[in-house]
Write a protein that binds this ligand. Structure first.
Ligand SMILES: NC(=O)c1ccc[n+]([C@@H]2O[C@H](COP(=O)([O-])OP(=O)(O)OC[C@H]3O[C@@H](n4cnc5c(N)ncnc54)[C@H](O)[C@@H]3O)[C@@H](O)[C@H]2O)c1
Length: 382
């Protein structure tokens, strides 16, 4: 298939591009380097030395003989999208191209504005480019489990049947996000649902939980192919932060009471989920929503896991609760359902002690690059 990956320089985009190219798909990646720019501006560069996209694509081609076409450009610019869609004619587009940091979106007016404009325009332009140039193209959009928030009822897979005054109808599950970033994802979903209803496009919206890990089949071939792995307070997801803190000998920073509970998944499973969604496309006129996580943990449970495995490896891991920089529930009910991806064939890679030890061992190679100044939260919710 011809697969276009928006945000193909990212933590998830680059390994997806390699995995699809390795399978024999024609892959094009488009990225504006927004994450690299924000990382430089906020002193949040990745732990791993990541060559630019062109350089990574040529390393990958030397090793595998497979080509990944690279375009540096902005999805929020419709002319760029028109050129890419009209020339490449993708059959599937994987849309990762958003500003994904909740803290960054909460820093100040300018960062909120960048997040809002970038994310909504990237999604809007993707929808229009598909409608104008490739109406059969399947849009696979990365949403987040954070769209649902932490409601006091079960989190269903995208939709909720509601009975009101004796009548029933099905609606998008109510969404209550905890940051502006997460709110842009809610708005994306609403916008996609409108264009699905109005124009019959085909869309899969993957409500993904926080991802961990830095190892995939292709990334393991060469150090220069490793996904950009962040441990900072801006881009680092909690498990990746804890693993790096354990290696650096910095106490694991549990925000508040640590009862915040979410659904997590291994980066290998992200690639598999996107692959399953692509091989089993949504119908025309369907917004298919799949909850994408494999295991549920509280922050305290993650910290305990990293401590247990790290101590076993001689790391002497400390855990420290710090004031929560975010406004969020620290103790709450969390019952979230996810059956769609399992039904499509997902076989989860769970967070076993061996997996945790493997990640710690990989991170140890980069110990000298860990900058403690990037660890403590620098952005407070108002
Ligand atoms: N990593 C996670 O744990 C996680 C969890 C849930 C959802 N997601 C979602 O998955 C997607 C990918 O996340 P990630 O962790 O790989 O983030 P990332 O920041 O590493 O990757 C996103 C990429 O998109 C690019 N980009 C952003 N705006 C762009 C634009 N307008 N034009 C072109 N390129 C643009 C960035 O430069 C970056 O390379 C995001 O949409 C994110 O919201 C990620």
């Amino acid at each position: 298939m011809r697969v276009l990956i928006l945000g193909g320089d990212g933590y998830l985009g680059w390994p997806t591009a390699m995995a699809f190219a390795a399978k024999g798909h024609d892959v094009m990646v488009l990225d504006s380097y927004l994450r690299r720019t924000i990382a430089m501006e906020t002193n949040s560069e990745a732990l791993t030395p990541n060559p630019n996209l062109g350089a990574r694509a040529s390393v990958f081609e030397q090793l595998t003989g497979k080509k990944i076409e690279v375009v540096i450009g902005d999805c929020a610019d419709y002319r760029t999208m028109t050129t890419v869609f009209s020339q490449f004619k993708p059959e599937a587009v994987i849309h990762y191209a958003e500003q994904p940091s909740a803290p960054y979106s909460m820093m100040n007016f300018d960062t909120a504005h960048v997040t809002l404009n970038n994310n909504l325009n990237a999604t809007f332009n993707t929808i229009f480019a598909v409608m104008e140039h490739t109406p059969e193209c399947h849009i696979i959009k990365l949403g987040t489990m954070g769209e649902y928030g932490t409601p006091n009822i079960d989190i269903e897979e995208g939709w909720l049947e509601i009975e009101h005054k004796g009548r029933k109808d099905k609606f998008l599950y109510p969404r209550q996000a905890g940051s502006l970033y997460h709110t842009t994802k809610v708005l994306d979903t609403d916008m996609l649902w409108f264009y699905v209803r109005a124009y019959g496009i085909r869309v899969t919206d993957l409500m993904q939980g926080p991802v961990y890990g830095l190892s995939t089949t292709e990334a393991d071939m060469d150090e220069r192919l490793i996904p950009n792995f962040h441990y900072d307070d801006i881009f680092g997801t909690v498990m990746n932060r804890f693993l790096t803190q354990a290696v650096a000998g910095i106490p694991l920073t549990v925000y508040g009471k640590g009862g915040q509970t979410r659904g997590y998944l291994n980066i290998t499973d992200t690639l598999k989920c996107v692959d399953l969604a692509m091989n089993n496309p949504a119908e025309s006129g369907q917004l298919r929503i799949l909850n994408q996580f494999t295991e549920v943990f509280s922050v305290n449970e993650l910290a305990e896991k990293v401590k247990r495995v790290g101590d076993h490896m001689g790391l002497n891991v400390q855990v420290k609760s710090i004031d929560n920089p975010r406004k969020e529930r620290e103790e709450h009910r969390y019952v979230a359902h996810s059956t769609g991806l399992m039904e499509l064939g997902l076989k989860p890679h769970l967070m076993t002690d061996e997996v945790v030890a493997g990640m710690l061992n990989k991170i140890m190679k980069y110990k000298d690059r860990i900058d403690p100044a990037k660890v403590m939260p620098r952005v407070l919710w108002p």
